[in-house]
Design a protein. Structure first.
Length: 509
């Protein structure tokens, strides 16, 4: 519940949809919005009121006055009354009481008459003003939504004086918060715990779990909330979202940063790094461009911290922003930025599904290649099926005698070795990606197809071989070669251009 957060919080800051904070003006009477969230004027002391069935709080400014829903109109003839700082004659005055109402990851503060605390936008005199009102149109609904950040009241500001003032009608705890001054803690973390601490705690378990996903990955694809993939554009600079997850442009090579357990770098197919730049995506708007760069020196702008969020991952920059896949109308559509989302509707834009498309194959200790390796090569070269050949057969032989075939092939009862690569939409396989291998029992193409779907995480695939004569891909239609001969196949998706060009099978009458 939302009140569980306020019960464990000494003071809060309230941030509006305009990314501005509710502040108490120096005249000790008016309130407004300001971008200076670090100011003492943006801090509001929380008093929890025991009403039995109702969840009520009071908010006291740094001037010792209460946030009050007054009866004075903001402008004559217009809806919306002023929100002021006052010291009421009676602490039971209903105008200083607010009921927090949860709305997604944010809250609405309802006044005694059913109106809500509202942060106004637009032109002066509305700009930066604070009123209480009932939103009449959908376009202004988010004006009554606030993000709550817990802050500490430092000891050098005489916290004891604050507590003594409110002790007669406040249930503020005597336990001091461990937060640094101005350090934010999102309200959403408190919703997950019945007793949320005001001290932000890093959870090594979550981060290690996220990193374990990348530790075994040589290359990944990142799928956004819009079911599109993080894609490196051909200009070797832009980063967008695209539907073609099988494209090599959607493949990102994972690198690990020395002396940093929870940090990775992501390198595109153009050998450029995913970078959190300082370039604004649009002037006057939050969000900066995520781009590809070829830095002369690897710095923190190319470093990302994976943070697990359920079954997905957030990628955080060293400066606290998150990689964000934008939706909506152009120019936002399909763009990728790094930012801190403030609205409920965009919270999932920073969540990514991680698809591992290439794993790290750990090589055994160096040792002389066993004689059986040569036998496997000879069996592969003597097979009459085109599926046992490849234009890269010479390089494969060298690889088999080294890391990829560091151990002898499986014995007869263990099945055959199937080496495979994943093709892009045009049937090309990235030469820089190490070939993968599985052990497979059986001779059925359908069974092999299902097994490779499980291994690659792809759906609706076609298992192909490459002709040694013209280099073209051809789908496997018949049974696999007998005698458990080693094979090399190419995996293509049925929706790809190359798969659509395959000749249709001829059905016998």
């Amino acid at each position: 519940m939302v009140m569980e957060f306020f019960h464990n919080t000494k003071a809060v800051r309230l941030r509006s949809h305009l990314d501005k904070y509710l502040v108490a003006d120096d005249d000790q009477e008016s309130t407004r919005q300001s971008r200076n969230g670090g100011s003492k004027k943006a801090r509001w002391l929380v008093e929890v009121v025991d009403r039995g069935t109702s969840d009520i709080i009071r908010l006291k400014s740094c001037h010792g006055k209460y946030l009050t829903a007054s009866n004075d109109p903001f402008l004559l003839g217009m809806t919306g009354n002023r929100v002021q700082q006052t010291v009421p004659e009676n602490v039971k005055d209903l105008r200083i009481e607010w009921e927090p109402v949860r709305d997604g990851f944010q809250v609405k503060l309802r006044a005694y008459g059913g109106t809500y605390l509202r942060a106004n936008g637009g032109t002066p005199p509305w700009r930066n003003s604070i009123t209480h009102d009932k939103p009449q149109t959908g376009s202004t609904y988010n004006w009554i939504l606030w993000e709550v950040e817990a802050v500490d009241v430092p000891e050098d500001e005489h916290l004891n004086d604050y507590l003594s003032i409110v002790s007669s009608f406040s249930s503020v705890s005597d336990e001091l918060s461990g937060l640094e001054l101005g350090s934010p803690m999102s309200i959403r973390s408190s919703f997950n715990s019945p007793r949320a601490s005001t001290t932000p705690r890093k959870s090594p378990l979550l981060k290690i779990t996220a990193m374990e996903l990348f530790h075994n990955a040589k290359a990944v694809r990142l799928k956004s909330a819009h079911n599109k993939y993080l894609t490196a554009e051909e200009d070797e600079e832009s980063v967008t979202q695209g539907r073609n997850g099988s494209s090599k442009a959607a493949r990102w090579t994972v690198e690990f940063v020395d002396n940093a357990e929870n940090i990775i770098r992501l390198r595109s197919c153009y050998n450029a790094y995913l970078t959190a730049s300082n370039q604004p995506f649009l002037l006057g708007w939050t969000g900066r461009k995520a781009v590809q760069t070829h830095p002369k020196r690897l710095d923190s702008s190319v470093e990302w911290e994976p943070i697990k969020d359920g079954n997905q991952v957030k990628l955080k920059t060293r400066y606290g922003q998150f990689l964000r896949a934008n939706g909506g109308l152009p120019p936002w559509r399909n763009s990728v930025t790094h930012d801190i989302p403030h609205r409920t509707s965009t919270q999932d834009w920073i969540l990514w599904d991680v698809h591992v498309v290439d794993i790290v194959v750990k090589s055994p200790a160096p040792r002389p290649p066993p004689p059986l390796v040569t036998h496997v090569d000879s069996v592969a070269s003597e097979s009459s099926s085109p599926s046992t050949h490849s234009p890269k057969s010479a390089s494969f032989s060298r690889q088999e005698s080294g890391d990829s075939l560091g151990s002898s092939p499986p014995k007869g009862g263990e099945g055959r070795l199937i080496y495979y690569g994943v093709a892009d939409g045009y049937g090309e396989v990235d030469e820089g990606v190490e070939e993968l291998c599985i052990s497979f029992k059986g001779n059925g193409v359908e069974e092999l197809t299902k097994r490779l779907e499980e291994e690659t995480g792809l759906e609706d695939i076609v298992v192909c071989t490459r002709s040694p004569l013209n280099g073209k891909l051809y789908p496997l239609r018949l049974q696999l070669p007998p005698n458990n001969a080693t094979m090399r196949v190419i995996v293509a998706q049925s929706s790809s251009k190359v798969a659509r060009s395959f000749p249709k099978p001829v059905l016998s009458s």
